[in-house]
Design a protein around this ligand. Structure first.
Ligand code: FEO
Length: 178
């Protein structure tokens, strides 16, 4: 059992995670368009991660006996100035998501909702990793500057990123993760 206010805030977070997936899908398409296949791979892996984040919330809301309420997604940008621009926007977006998770945790604490606090801990930890990944790649892009050789080497590196989260939720998120 969770409060209606908590369920509404978790439903909003589903939308934010789905938008994150949409944003990284758009970045993946743009990377492909400009010939950076490794970046395209990295962002498509990130797309799957975001769908997993959304689906974990989707399942949690239902397990707590509340309704999932899906809203329309905003349109993500379709073009970017550079690889650095994509990762700078990614980091800005992830900081916004981190704040959103922190706000959810504050709400769960104020409602004395222990189950949701425990559920959200996973997201708190995940956001540290997400921001760290983005910061690492931004640092490398700053070192590369306008050197195309360096950019292609990083592109090759990013092509090795693999999807580690489940992608088939037809039997439920927890079953998929088991
Ligand atoms: Fe779901 Fe990238 O935070």
């Amino acid at each position: 059992m969770i409060k209606t206010e908590m369920a509404a805030a978790l439903n909003e977070q589903i939308n934010k995670e789905m938008y994150s997936a949409y944003l990284y899908m758009s970045m993946s398409a743009y990377s492909n368009k400009i010939g950076l296949k490794g970046f395209a791979n990295w962002f498509m892996v990130q797309y799957h991660e975001e769908m997993y984040h959304a689906m974990k919330l989707y399942e949690y809301v239902q397990r707590q006996g509340e309704d999932v309420k899906l809203e329309a997604l905003a349109t993500p940008p379709a073009s970017f100035e550079s690889a650095l621009d994509m990762f700078t926007q990614t980091l800005t977006h992830e900081r916004y998501i981190t704040q959103s998770i922190n706000d959810l945790m504050d709400l769960a604490q104020s409602l004395k909702d222990h189950a949701t606090q425990i559920f959200l801990e996973w997201y708190v930890t995940e956001q540290v990793e997400e921001e760290e990944n983005d910061n690492d790649i931004i640092q490398q892009l700053n070192l590369i500057g306008s050197n195309p050789h360096g950019l292609l080497m990083l592109d090759r590196d990013l092509s090795s990123r693999m999807t580690t989260v489940p992608t088939d939720f037809s039997k439920g998120v927890e079953a998929a993760a088991a």
